[in-house]
Design a binder for this molecule. Structure first.
Ligand SMILES: [Zn+2]
Length: 181
């Protein structure tokens, strides 16, 4: 199977699901399956090529348009795969049950899909922060604040030390007399 996955759905899990879907339909896995996101409000969810005898990949191409929200229902997509694989066998919509597009769970039970999970990696989701890194960052911020306070205290110290030195130097007698008395 050649799978082209243009989504953030986990490729390994998706491949296992697609293998299981082909097997459940009694179809070989020698096909190209293109997986993309569905466009907003688009009604098309998949596409399967009919065999026509004109192309080497005839009846061996399927496209699935998965939801962007990461919500992968294995039973639903199992039924979509059954539908697309039927196209690969040459079945047209008018020949499907009541012209039905996607078979109902009653028409197409998918017990094989039970428990299959296809995780979706949201690229926007932030990875969970390491608590040690969080604490180290907080300590660095507190150190920066303490250094700013220290700098202000040193400036005040210089200012008042200079004033004291000025009075001691300029008026030594007056200060000495007053302090003695
Ligand atoms: Zn169809």
């Amino acid at each position: 199977m050649r799978m082209v996955n243009e989504t953030q759905y986990d490729g390994r899990a998706l491949r296992m699901f697609l293998y299981a879907a082909c097997k459940a339909e009694g179809m070989d896995t020698n096909r190209t399956i293109h997986v993309k996101y569905a466009r907003a409000n688009a009604r098309t969810i998949g596409w399967g090529r009919y065999p026509s005898g004109l192309l080497s990949n005839d009846g061996r191409f399927i496209r699935l348009l998965l939801p962007r929200d990461g919500n992968f229902d294995p039973h639903y997509w199992g039924r979509v795969m059954a539908h697309e694989l039927a196209h690969n066998r040459g079945v047209r919509h008018r020949e499907m049950l009541g012209g039905c597009i996607i078979p109902t769970p009653e028409e197409c039970p998918t017990p094989w899909a039970e428990g299959i999970v296809v995780p979706h990696n949201d690229p926007k989701a932030k990875p969970k922060a390491d608590p040690v890194v969080t604490r180290a960052d907080r300590a660095a911020a507190n150190l920066a604040r303490a250094e700013a306070r220290l700098k202000r205290a040193k400036a005040l110290h210089r200012k008042w030390a200079a004033k004291v030195a000025y009075y001691e130097k300029k008026y030594p007698e007056r200060l000495a007399a007053a302090r003695k008395g």
